[in-house]
Design a protein around this ligand. Structure first.
Ligand code: BEZ
Length: 329
């Protein structure tokens, strides 16, 4: 048996130590926050993002998911991304519209007829341009948009015509562009985070909500608001965000891994919503006590869509651009 000299042993130990240290340093758990509950498609895909990141990074990267607003509401999570206290978040597009008003154009009423149209807009060139505005405006990097389906109206009382919406206290996701729509209907918009909506309906604080099929099913809002109009009146987007500080600390090859992994799951979320939207409506049609009025189109809302456009076209040229794009779909 050969004996190593003490110098050789020292070299071997130093090399092993260095390699071990480098590997330990490169291990990384990304913390990701979202307002949605564990059953939501976003959360399922966030968990799957952990597996994709692990595969692409040879096991170096993993994910810790913080659901249901555990880290605070969406504006708090956006602040945490800015400081680097949070690595990633999947937020509603509504949340970032105050920082990037162009993104409000995604919430234009009746921009698209259906969820396939929404998917096409979220993957379009103008949408990519919007993502490029995020770093300067929010201190985050946004690899991609995804969605949580189309929005519908759920009310406590039956709605016969548009005038019945006047005066109704309508829970909305906090965002000026969404507020405008309900103000133009002479309703009383009540902005509140998703996590407070069920209780607000249950205790009578609100009369109605602006919501997507996925959330209506997950939270069983129909228990307190048993009338649903299938309007598809706006698409509800998600934006995948990475803290700009965290991003800047990653070497380019790791940025590429994170970008590819997040993009994979944005695509899966969009594809799943497109594939599952009709089934979700069918599930809701089976709910006892829920009355559904289908195919409520823009004509129901009178001149509200045109008035919304007139107001928001002054805020962003993307209203006209997206209308033109949508007309050609
Ligand atoms: C909402 O605020 O209505 C909402 C947020 C995230 C996912 C779905 C809905």
């Amino acid at each position: 048996m050969k004996h190593l000299t003490s110098t050789a042993i020292a070299v071997v130990l130093a090399t092993v130590g260095l390699a071990g240290g480098a590997q330990a340093q490169a291990q990384r758990e990304f913390r990701i926050g979202m307002i949605t509950p564990p059953a939501h498609v976003w959360n399922q895909e966030a968990a799957a993002l952990g597996e994709t990141l692990s595969e692409l990074s040879d096991g170096r990267f993993s994910i810790a998911v913080f659901p249901s607003g555990q880290l605070g509401n969406e504006s708090t999570m956006l602040q945490q991304l800015q400081t680097g206290a949070l690595d990633m978040a999947w937020l509603t597009t509504a949340e970032v519209t105050t920082r990037v008003p162009d993104i409000a154009a995604l919430h234009a009423p009746f921009l698209v007829e259906d969820i396939e149209g929404a998917a096409a807009i979220l993957r379009s060139e103008p949408a990519q341009e919007m993502l490029e505005k995020l770093p300067a405006a929010t201190g985050t990097v946004g690899p991609c948009f995804a969605m949580t389906g189309m929005r519908q109206l759920l009310t406590r009382q039956p709605i016969e015509d548009v005038g019945d919406l006047a005066g109704k206290r309508f829970r909305i996701t906090p965002a000026p562009a969404i507020r405008t729509f309900f103000e133009l209907l002479d309703a009383a918009p009540a902005p509140m985070p998703l996590t407070q909506v069920y209780d607000a309906l249950a205790n009578g604080q609100i009369d109605a909500i602006d919501m997507d099929f996925e959330s209506i099913i997950n939270f069983r809002y129909y228990e307190h608001a048993p009338f649903m109009m299938v309007t598809n009146h706006h698409m509800f987007g998600m934006v995948a965000l990475v803290s700009g500080r965290v991003w800047a600390g990653l070497p380019p090859e790791d940025q590429a891994i994170v970008r590819e992994a997040v993009q994979t799951h944005c695509d899966r979320i969009i594809d799943r919503f497109v594939a599952e939207e009709d089934d979700k409506l069918a599930r809701l049609e089976d709910v006892d006590g829920l009355t559904i009025v289908k195919d409520v189109g823009p004509e129901f809302f009178g001149d509200v869509v045109a008035r919304w456009d007139a107001m928001w076209a002054e805020q962003t040229p993307y209203v006209a651009r997206l209308r033109e794009l949508a007309a050609g779909l």
